[in-house]
Design a protein around this ligand. Structure first.
Ligand SMILES: [Zn+2]
Length: 165
């Protein structure tokens, strides 16, 4: 069993249960998280805006890997309103600022994967990644063992990030 499956297992069963109670876009985890407003800690939601929320990635590339997710289920950038676009940028900016305070990384990758061919895990619901990076953090296990070694648990990361938000 990989670290990823250890972390994700409990959460996927929670999300499957939640989706039965609150059907949104069928099968879309990001819609379920967006609508499950009373379970932010369990779902690792960091903050919520009017148009988007910020959540930890349960398959993090590094500690502190966040995602800015519009509530709207859309695969197209052109569908976002001006207000939503503004909030996406504001939350990306805030995420960088807060993660800098918590982790003091050497740099960040910010971005969006449009379409499965570009690597999007949930291609139908656009989301933006914020990934802190450190010099020399590329880990051989990513390519050789299909998993990544994380220096802290998701729960510990959540507590650290929330304490600075
Ligand atoms: Zn969705």
């Amino acid at each position: 069993m990989t670290l990823e499956s250890i972390w994700a297992g409990w959460r996927m069963s929670f999300i499957e249960g939640a989706s039965l109670e609150r059907p949104s876009h069928v099968g879309c985890v990001l819609c379920v998280i967006g609508e499950s407003i009373d379970q932010d800690r369990e779902l690792r939601v960091i903050t919520r805006g009017s148009f988007c929320y910020v959540v930890m990635n349960i398959y993090p590339y590094t500690s502190g890997h966040l995602m800015v997710v519009p509530y709207a289920h859309s695969a197209s950038l052109s569908e976002f309103t001006t207000e939503c676009r503004r909030e996406i940028f504001d939350l990306l900016d805030l995420s960088v600022s807060k993660l800098s305070a918590v982790y003091s990384p050497h740099g960040f990758n910010l971005g969006v994967n449009l379409g499965r061919a570009a690597g999007a895990g949930i291609a139908d619901h656009i989301h933006f990644h914020v990934v802190p990076r450190w010099n020399g953090d590329t880990n051989f296990m990513t390519t050789t063992a299909g998993t990544r070694v994380q220096p802290e648990s998701l729960e510990a990361s959540y507590d650290r990030i929330i304490s600075k938000w």
